[in-house]
Design a protein around this ligand. Structure first.
Ligand code: GLV
Ligand code: MN
Ligand code: MN
Length: 414
């Protein structure tokens, strides 16, 4: 067994410290972007980055960046990290594990006096989940130039607060356009698998080859409100009833199409939202994932066809908006090979696999050679307060991350 360079104990301390910055203590980690919990987490991260010898700044999209200068500062950057925001009542590892592992890798380089030719940057991204503003991957999309300043006023949270206002209140002068980067050579993200495969096979490391595409739709159903006691059943145009049928149809359609595609309705709201009034306005989300764009298209087209039938049957109006789209992404073969070499040298078992979950790496792959290292998570549970990864498993991933980033930062060529 090779001598490990990262510290399991330090990874544990960081994960446990960051898990405390939640708005739902005792009920999972809830750390929405540009909130007090996010501020406290950033303060902790900034301190750890500075102690690891990194020069820290917060960019104009609210991303914390710690830079380790290269012996040739003009060379493009090798970046590592993940996101620090969470879903509501989520776990302590989704995103955070990748931030903490990247900081630990930087600590090891600092302590050993590692000489990197390329500058290395560690990032703590935010609003990857889209929990607050319903549009994920804010940090990475800004870096990749996939989101512009228009979003600052277009995106609003559930209280109607714009992204611009939330960022200003957080102390950032928002400018998504200015956060765009064109000097990144490679991006490496460690993440928990969020699925059961690695644990079931007893494998240490997942080398991600493809990330499934994701299309998010907002469906609006407009009917007519009326008295719950006096409106005969055949005279109703009940928006909530129609929505329920579309949701059921969504499930049926995806099961029929198969091909590994999945669809989820995770959010719904009905107005006027009163027990004795028929609903006249319902909005809900549909999150569709598939390994190919044509499968995503097939699923939504079939759902829309069913919705047209339901619209007529229930005398309502149904419309679809498509606020967020991430096409399926193939990650870098070269970085996949470096992950494999590093895992093999460290004596870790590994498999190649695809990711059903979305990641910042999808956006980063637009501008940089991008690779992902998966580590097992218990029972495959994620987006849940029971999410768990053993620290020894996380440390193996951190060792691989360290080795891959060291190699990338010394290689020549952009
Ligand atoms: C992010 O975690 C996603 O896959 O939605
Ligand atoms: Mn997530
Ligand atoms: Mn994540």
């Amino acid at each position: 067994m090779m001598q490990l360079r990262t510290s399991c104990e330090r990874l544990k301390v960081d994960i446990e410290a960051l898990a405390k910055y939640t708005s739902t203590p005792g009920s999972g980690v809830t750390r929405l972007s540009f909130t007090e919990e996010h501020r406290l987490a950033n303060e902790y991260i900034i301190k750890q980055m500075a102690d690891a010898g990194l020069e820290v700044f917060v960019n104009s999209a609210g991303t914390v960046v710690g830079r380790r200068e290269g012996t040739d500062p003009e060379l493009p950057v090798v970046m590592m990290g993940s996101h620090i925001d969470t879903v509501k009542h989520g776990g302590a590892f989704d995103g955070t594990a990748g931030v903490v592992a990247a900081i630990e890798a930087a600590r090891v380089m600092h302590r050993s006096g590692f000489k990197n030719r390329h500058p290395i940057e560690v990032v703590a991204m935010t609003e990857e989940e889209g929990t607050r503003f319903n549009d994920g991957m804010l940090s990475s999309e800004a870096m990749a130039g996939l989101i512009t300043n228009k979003a600052l006023d277009d995106l609003k949270d559930d209280c109607g607060i714009t992204l611009r206002k939330a960022m200003q209140d957080f102390g950032i002068k928002p400018d998504l356009d200015r956060a765009k980067r064109s000097d990144i050579k490679a991006f490496v993200e460690l993440h928990i698998e969020q699925g059961p495969m690695l644990e079931a096979k007893g494998t240490d490391i997942g080398i991600v080859e493809n990330i499934a595409g994701i299309s998010v739709y907002k469906v609006t159903v407009v009917g007519k409100s009326g008295h719950a006691g006096t409106t005969p059943m055949h005279l109703r145009s009940d928006a909530l009833l129609a929505a329920a049928h579309i949701i059921t149809a969504t499930n049926d359609v995806v099961n029929k199409i198969g091909k590994g595609s999945v669809a989820t309705v995770g959010r719904i709201g009905a107005l006027p939202g009163v027990s004795n009034v028929i609903s006249n306005f319902v909005q809900f989300s549909i999150d569709i994932r598939a390994s190919k764009q044509e499968y995503l298209d097939e699923v939504i087209n079939a759902i829309k066809a069913e919705a047209r039938i339901i619209e007529n049957k229930f005398k309502v109006a149904v419309s679809f908006e498509n606020p967020s789209n991430g096409k399926p992404v193939k990650l870098s073969t070269r970085i996949g090979e470096l992950i494999e070499e590093s895992a093999a040298e460290l004596g870790y078992s590994y498999i190649r696999m695809d990711s059903g979950a979305a990641h910042d790496s999808m956006a980063m792959a637009e501008i940089a050679d991008t690779g992902m290292i998966f580590v097992p998570c218990k029972g495959g549970i994620s987006h849940n307060s029971d999410e768990w990864t053993d620290y020894e498993s996380l440390q193996k991933g951190a060792e691989v991350l360290l080795s891959v980033v060291e190699r990338l930062s010394c290689l020549s060529g952009a």
